[in-house]
Design a protein around this ligand. Structure first.
Ligand code: 13P
Length: 286
Protein backbone atom coordinates (compact mmCIF):
# COMPACT_ATOMS: atom_id res chain seq x y z
CA UNK A 1 0.00 0.00 0.00
CA UNK A 2 1.40 3.35 -0.96
CA UNK A 3 2.37 6.48 0.79
CA UNK A 4 -0.67 8.70 0.14
CA UNK A 5 -1.46 12.39 0.07
CA UNK A 6 -2.97 13.92 3.17
CA UNK A 7 -5.69 15.66 1.14
CA UNK A 8 -7.27 12.41 -0.02
CA UNK A 9 -7.43 11.14 3.57
CA UNK A 10 -8.90 14.40 4.83
CA UNK A 11 -11.54 14.64 2.11
CA UNK A 12 -12.71 11.10 2.99
CA UNK A 13 -12.73 12.02 6.68
CA UNK A 14 -14.65 15.24 6.10
CA UNK A 15 -17.30 13.43 4.09
CA UNK A 16 -17.38 10.48 6.49
CA UNK A 17 -17.69 12.47 9.73
CA UNK A 18 -14.48 11.23 11.37
CA UNK A 19 -10.97 12.59 11.86
CA UNK A 20 -7.59 11.17 10.86
CA UNK A 21 -4.99 11.02 13.62
CA UNK A 22 -1.71 12.76 12.83
CA UNK A 23 0.81 11.19 15.17
CA UNK A 24 4.20 12.74 15.93
CA UNK A 25 7.07 10.25 15.91
CA UNK A 26 10.70 10.57 16.91
CA UNK A 27 12.27 7.17 16.25
CA UNK A 28 11.72 3.82 14.58
CA UNK A 29 9.95 2.28 17.58
CA UNK A 30 7.35 5.05 17.62
CA UNK A 31 6.76 4.70 13.89
CA UNK A 32 6.32 0.95 14.30
CA UNK A 33 3.99 1.34 17.28
CA UNK A 34 1.72 3.83 15.50
CA UNK A 35 1.60 1.74 12.32
CA UNK A 36 0.82 -1.41 14.29
CA UNK A 37 -2.29 0.32 15.68
CA UNK A 38 -3.14 1.58 12.19
CA UNK A 39 -2.86 -1.89 10.62
CA UNK A 40 -4.79 -3.55 13.43
CA UNK A 41 -7.67 -1.10 13.20
CA UNK A 42 -7.59 -0.81 9.39
CA UNK A 43 -7.28 2.96 9.61
CA UNK A 44 -5.89 5.72 7.49
CA UNK A 45 -3.25 7.74 9.35
CA UNK A 46 -0.66 10.48 9.15
CA UNK A 47 2.79 10.26 10.73
CA UNK A 48 4.54 13.56 11.29
CA UNK A 49 7.57 15.28 12.73
CA UNK A 50 7.87 18.98 13.58
CA UNK A 51 10.83 21.16 12.69
CA UNK A 52 11.60 21.88 16.38
CA UNK A 53 12.14 18.15 16.97
CA UNK A 54 14.92 17.82 14.43
CA UNK A 55 17.73 18.47 16.94
CA UNK A 56 16.88 15.10 18.48
CA UNK A 57 15.73 13.30 15.32
CA UNK A 58 17.57 14.69 12.26
CA UNK A 59 15.34 14.93 9.20
CA UNK A 60 17.83 13.19 6.90
CA UNK A 61 17.66 10.11 9.16
CA UNK A 62 14.07 9.98 10.45
CA UNK A 63 12.53 11.28 7.20
CA UNK A 64 13.49 8.36 4.92
CA UNK A 65 12.45 5.94 7.68
CA UNK A 66 8.98 7.54 7.89
CA UNK A 67 8.54 7.46 4.12
CA UNK A 68 9.67 3.82 3.92
CA UNK A 69 7.32 2.86 6.74
CA UNK A 70 4.36 4.46 4.95
CA UNK A 71 5.32 2.80 1.67
CA UNK A 72 5.50 -0.57 3.38
CA UNK A 73 2.23 -0.20 5.26
CA UNK A 74 -0.89 -2.09 4.22
CA UNK A 75 -2.92 1.01 5.12
CA UNK A 76 -3.04 4.46 3.51
CA UNK A 77 -0.49 6.56 5.41
CA UNK A 78 0.57 10.16 4.68
CA UNK A 79 3.93 11.51 5.87
CA UNK A 80 3.73 15.09 7.09
CA UNK A 81 6.27 17.77 8.02
CA UNK A 82 4.70 19.53 11.00
CA UNK A 83 5.19 23.19 11.97
CA UNK A 84 7.62 23.97 9.18
CA UNK A 85 9.26 27.29 9.96
CA UNK A 86 11.89 27.55 7.22
CA UNK A 87 11.70 27.04 3.49
CA UNK A 88 14.99 25.15 3.66
CA UNK A 89 13.67 22.41 5.96
CA UNK A 90 10.32 22.26 4.15
CA UNK A 91 12.17 21.68 0.85
CA UNK A 92 14.34 19.03 2.51
CA UNK A 93 11.22 17.18 3.71
CA UNK A 94 9.72 17.36 0.21
CA UNK A 95 12.98 16.10 -1.34
CA UNK A 96 12.91 13.12 1.04
CA UNK A 97 9.38 12.32 -0.13
CA UNK A 98 7.02 13.71 2.53
CA UNK A 99 3.53 13.88 1.05
CA UNK A 100 2.53 17.04 2.94
CA UNK A 101 4.07 19.97 4.76
CA UNK A 102 2.81 22.56 7.19
CA UNK A 103 3.97 26.12 6.98
CA UNK A 104 3.47 27.68 10.41
CA UNK A 105 3.16 31.42 9.85
CA UNK A 106 0.85 31.91 12.82
CA UNK A 107 3.35 34.31 14.46
CA UNK A 108 3.51 36.51 11.32
CA UNK A 109 1.25 39.44 10.42
CA UNK A 110 -1.74 37.96 8.55
CA UNK A 111 -0.81 39.22 5.06
CA UNK A 112 2.71 37.84 5.47
CA UNK A 113 1.29 34.49 6.61
CA UNK A 114 -0.92 34.38 3.49
CA UNK A 115 2.01 35.24 1.22
CA UNK A 116 4.35 32.65 2.68
CA UNK A 117 1.66 29.94 2.90
CA UNK A 118 0.91 30.55 -0.75
CA UNK A 119 4.58 30.33 -1.68
CA UNK A 120 5.04 27.06 0.23
CA UNK A 121 1.87 25.65 -1.36
CA UNK A 122 3.30 26.37 -4.82
CA UNK A 123 6.60 24.67 -3.89
CA UNK A 124 4.79 21.64 -2.42
CA UNK A 125 2.63 21.40 -5.52
CA UNK A 126 5.75 20.91 -7.65
CA UNK A 127 6.32 17.72 -5.64
CA UNK A 128 2.66 16.69 -5.82
CA UNK A 129 2.43 17.28 -2.06
CA UNK A 130 -0.16 19.08 0.10
CA UNK A 131 0.15 22.12 2.36
CA UNK A 132 -1.35 22.99 5.74
CA UNK A 133 -1.19 26.45 7.27
CA UNK A 134 -2.36 27.98 10.53
CA UNK A 135 -4.21 31.15 11.50
CA UNK A 136 -4.53 32.50 14.99
CA UNK A 137 -2.09 30.98 17.42
CA UNK A 138 -2.31 27.56 19.10
CA UNK A 139 -0.93 27.97 22.62
CA UNK A 140 2.38 26.53 23.85
CA UNK A 141 5.09 25.41 21.47
CA UNK A 142 5.34 22.05 19.77
CA UNK A 143 8.34 20.94 21.86
CA UNK A 144 7.12 22.55 25.10
CA UNK A 145 10.00 25.03 25.18
CA UNK A 146 7.83 28.17 24.90
CA UNK A 147 4.69 29.36 26.63
CA UNK A 148 2.98 30.93 23.62
CA UNK A 149 -0.41 32.53 24.41
CA UNK A 150 -3.54 31.29 22.68
CA UNK A 151 -4.95 33.68 20.10
CA UNK A 152 -8.15 32.33 18.52
CA UNK A 153 -8.51 32.22 14.74
CA UNK A 154 -10.55 34.89 13.02
CA UNK A 155 -13.23 33.31 10.75
CA UNK A 156 -12.86 36.11 8.18
CA UNK A 157 -9.12 35.42 7.96
CA UNK A 158 -9.92 31.73 7.47
CA UNK A 159 -11.95 32.61 4.39
CA UNK A 160 -9.22 34.92 3.07
CA UNK A 161 -6.30 32.53 3.53
CA UNK A 162 -8.15 29.59 1.95
CA UNK A 163 -9.10 31.77 -1.02
CA UNK A 164 -5.69 33.38 -1.52
CA UNK A 165 -3.21 30.69 -0.47
CA UNK A 166 -5.26 27.72 -1.80
CA UNK A 167 -3.89 25.37 0.85
CA UNK A 168 -5.26 21.84 1.39
CA UNK A 169 -5.69 21.99 5.20
CA UNK A 170 -6.17 24.78 7.73
CA UNK A 171 -5.14 24.59 11.39
CA UNK A 172 -7.40 26.60 13.67
CA UNK A 173 -6.81 28.03 17.12
CA UNK A 174 -9.93 27.66 19.27
CA UNK A 175 -8.46 27.59 22.77
CA UNK A 176 -6.26 24.55 22.08
CA UNK A 177 -2.58 24.42 23.08
CA UNK A 178 0.42 22.17 22.59
CA UNK A 179 1.67 20.06 25.48
CA UNK A 180 -0.16 19.04 28.63
CA UNK A 181 -2.85 21.60 29.53
CA UNK A 182 -2.27 23.44 32.79
CA UNK A 183 -6.03 23.56 33.31
CA UNK A 184 -8.92 21.99 31.44
CA UNK A 185 -9.16 23.54 27.96
CA UNK A 186 -12.30 25.52 27.18
CA UNK A 187 -12.61 25.16 23.44
CA UNK A 188 -14.43 27.84 21.44
CA UNK A 189 -16.82 25.63 19.51
CA UNK A 190 -18.64 28.76 18.30
CA UNK A 191 -15.49 29.91 16.43
CA UNK A 192 -14.92 26.44 15.01
CA UNK A 193 -18.49 26.29 13.78
CA UNK A 194 -18.22 29.70 12.10
CA UNK A 195 -14.99 28.73 10.32
CA UNK A 196 -16.35 25.32 9.28
CA UNK A 197 -19.44 26.99 7.83
CA UNK A 198 -17.33 29.49 5.88
CA UNK A 199 -14.61 27.34 4.25
CA UNK A 200 -14.46 24.04 2.36
CA UNK A 201 -10.86 23.23 3.25
CA UNK A 202 -10.50 20.41 5.84
CA UNK A 203 -9.76 21.79 9.32
CA UNK A 204 -7.00 20.66 11.68
CA UNK A 205 -6.94 20.59 15.48
CA UNK A 206 -3.47 20.89 17.00
CA UNK A 207 -2.70 20.31 20.67
CA UNK A 208 -4.65 17.06 20.88
CA UNK A 209 -3.02 15.91 24.11
CA UNK A 210 -5.37 16.39 27.08
CA UNK A 211 -8.53 17.16 25.10
CA UNK A 212 -11.44 15.07 26.42
CA UNK A 213 -13.15 12.39 24.37
CA UNK A 214 -16.38 14.42 24.40
CA UNK A 215 -14.59 17.55 23.11
CA UNK A 216 -12.78 15.57 20.39
CA UNK A 217 -16.12 14.21 19.22
CA UNK A 218 -17.74 17.63 19.28
CA UNK A 219 -14.85 19.10 17.26
CA UNK A 220 -15.19 16.31 14.70
CA UNK A 221 -18.95 16.83 14.46
CA UNK A 222 -18.29 20.53 13.81
CA UNK A 223 -15.79 19.92 11.01
CA UNK A 224 -12.34 18.92 12.29
CA UNK A 225 -10.84 16.30 9.93
CA UNK A 226 -7.24 15.99 11.21
CA UNK A 227 -6.10 15.87 14.84
CA UNK A 228 -2.45 16.24 15.87
CA UNK A 229 -1.18 14.19 18.79
CA UNK A 230 2.39 14.54 20.03
CA UNK A 231 2.88 14.86 23.79
CA UNK A 232 0.47 12.00 24.57
CA UNK A 233 2.58 9.67 22.43
CA UNK A 234 5.84 10.72 24.05
CA UNK A 235 4.26 10.39 27.52
CA UNK A 236 2.81 7.00 26.68
CA UNK A 237 6.19 5.72 25.45
CA UNK A 238 7.92 6.98 28.57
CA UNK A 239 5.25 5.45 30.81
CA UNK A 240 5.43 2.09 29.05
CA UNK A 241 9.21 1.99 29.45
CA UNK A 242 9.05 3.01 33.11
CA UNK A 243 6.35 0.41 33.87
CA UNK A 244 8.32 -2.29 32.08
CA UNK A 245 11.43 -1.47 34.14
CA UNK A 246 9.48 -1.37 37.39
CA UNK A 247 7.83 -4.72 36.72
CA UNK A 248 11.15 -6.31 35.79
CA UNK A 249 10.17 -6.91 32.15
CA UNK A 250 13.27 -5.27 30.75
CA UNK A 251 16.12 -7.73 30.75
CA UNK A 252 17.99 -6.23 27.83
CA UNK A 253 17.90 -3.74 24.97
CA UNK A 254 15.29 -5.55 22.87
CA UNK A 255 12.82 -5.47 25.76
CA UNK A 256 13.35 -1.73 25.95
CA UNK A 257 12.53 -1.42 22.24
CA UNK A 258 9.43 -3.56 22.71
CA UNK A 259 8.21 -1.32 25.55
CA UNK A 260 8.72 1.82 23.44
CA UNK A 261 6.78 0.37 20.54
CA UNK A 262 4.02 -0.73 22.90
CA UNK A 263 3.68 2.78 24.36
CA UNK A 264 3.28 4.36 20.93
CA UNK A 265 0.89 1.60 19.86
CA UNK A 266 -1.42 1.97 22.88
CA UNK A 267 -1.67 5.74 22.50
CA UNK A 268 -2.40 5.58 18.76
CA UNK A 269 -4.98 2.84 19.30
CA UNK A 270 -6.85 4.91 21.88
CA UNK A 271 -7.01 7.99 19.67
CA UNK A 272 -7.92 6.10 16.49
CA UNK A 273 -10.97 4.67 18.29
CA UNK A 274 -12.01 8.11 19.64
CA UNK A 275 -11.55 9.81 16.25
CA UNK A 276 -13.86 7.25 14.60
CA UNK A 277 -11.37 6.35 11.87
CA UNK A 278 -11.03 2.64 12.72
CA UNK A 279 -12.12 0.57 9.74
CA UNK A 280 -11.96 3.58 7.40
CA UNK A 281 -8.83 2.63 5.44
CA UNK A 282 -10.71 1.23 2.45
CA UNK A 283 -7.41 -0.26 1.34
CA UNK A 284 -8.75 -1.45 -2.02
CA UNK A 285 -9.57 2.09 -3.06
CA UNK A 286 -6.12 3.55 -2.58
P1 13P B 1 0.20 17.96 21.58
O1 13P B 1 1.64 17.84 21.94
O2 13P B 1 -0.57 18.79 22.56
O3 13P B 1 -0.45 16.63 21.37
O4 13P B 1 0.12 18.76 20.21
C1 13P B 1 0.53 18.13 19.04
C2 13P B 1 0.51 19.03 17.89
O5 13P B 1 -0.38 19.83 17.72
C3 13P B 1 1.60 18.90 16.93
O6 13P B 1 1.51 19.80 15.90
Amino acid sequence: MPLVNMSELLEEAKNGGYAVGSFSVANMEMVQGVLRAVEETQSPAIIQIAEVRLNHSPLELIGPLMVAAAENSEMPVAVHFDHGKTEEKIRQALDIGFSSVMFDGSHLPFEENVKMSSKIRRIAEEYGADTECEIGCVGGSEDGSEDIAINCSNPEEAVQICKKAKIQALAVAIGNAHGNYKKEPKLRFDILEKIANSVDVPLVLHGGTGISEADFKKCISLGISKINIATATFDSVERAVRTAYESGKIKGYYDLQTAETEGAYLNALKHIEIFGCAGKAYPDEF
